[in-house]
Design a protein around this ligand. Sequence first.
Ligand code: PEP
Ligand code: MG
Length: 314
Amino acid sequence: QRDNDWDQRFEPAVLRDGHRVEVVANIGQTSEAHTVLESGAEGVGLVRTEFLFLDRDHAPEEEEQYLALKEMIEALEGLPMIVRTMDIGGDKPVSYLGLSELDLSFLGLRGFRLSMARPDLATAQLRAIFRAAEHGPIRLMFPMIASPNDFLRAREMTDKVRREMGGREVELGVMIEVPSAVAMASELAELADFFSIGTNDLTQYALAADRTHPLLAGRADSLHPAVLRLIEQTVQAAHAKGKWVGVCGGLAADPLGALILTGLGVDELSVPPSLVPQIKALLRREELLGLHKLAQKALSQRDPRAVRALRPSH
Ligand code: PEP
Ligand code: MG
C-alpha cells in the first residue's frame, strides 16, 4: 500500500466523485523546502519562519531572512508558498528580545502581538518576504489573530511596507487559532483573502489545555467535538464570504482528522512533506458525501474517544 501511495504522489487528491482537496506541505527549515516537490505536495501551506529566530542570540537581519525565503520559493519551482510571520512566544521562546516569562507565555505577547510591539522586527521580516515574493508566488498569513482589528493592523502594517518598497501585492490570510477569531470569523472572512486553521493552538485555547504540558496531552485532543464545531463554524463563515480555508495544524495529518476536515468542507490540508503521499491516497478512496456524513456524526459526539471510533461508511 505504501509503495502504491508513493507511486501516485504526483496525482492530485481527487475523491471518487471528483471533489478535489489541495494537499500541501508544512515546512520549518530552508532545507525542507527541497523535499517538497519530491513529496508530491501542491505547494507549501505553512512556512514556520521561527527557524530564523530560534536558537541564536540576536534577531536575523532582513538580508538573511530574504536569502532563506528566496531559496525556499525557488526550490518550489512555481508552486505557491504561504509564509507565516514570526510566531515567537509560547512553545517558541527567544532569549534576546528582552521579553519576560509573562510576555512569552501562551497568553502573552505571542505571534502577531509581538509584531505589533516590535515594528522594527516586523518591518524587517515583511521586507524580506516582499523581496522573496519577486521570485515566486508567495502568500502571507498572520498567527494569533484574535480580532478583526488585529487583522486590520496586520494589513495596514503590511501595505505600508509594501508601498514603501514598491513590492507586488500578495494575498493576506488569517490564522484561525484563537477561539475569539472563530466567533468573529464572518467579519474576518470579509477582510482576509483566506483562512488557515491552526488546530494545535485552537485546541489548546479552546480546551484551556497547554499544548506542551505532558499531563494534559490526552486533554489537548484536536478530535474533540468542541474543536470540530469551531472548525465547522469557521469553514461555514469563510465559504459564505467566498473565501477558502486550509488547515495547517496537526489534525490535517491525522488520517481520521483529514477525512473529517474534508467532510467539513476544508479546501486545503497542509501536512509534513513525508505524509503527503499517504494523505492524498487516503482521500482518493472516499466520496465527499460519505465524508460529510462522517463529519456530521463526529460533530454530534460527546468526546474525542467516541469520535475516534468512527469510520467512513462506503
Ligand atoms: C497550529 O497552531 O496549529 C499551527 C499550525 O501553528 P504552530 O503549531 O506553529 O503554532
Ligand atoms: Mg499555532
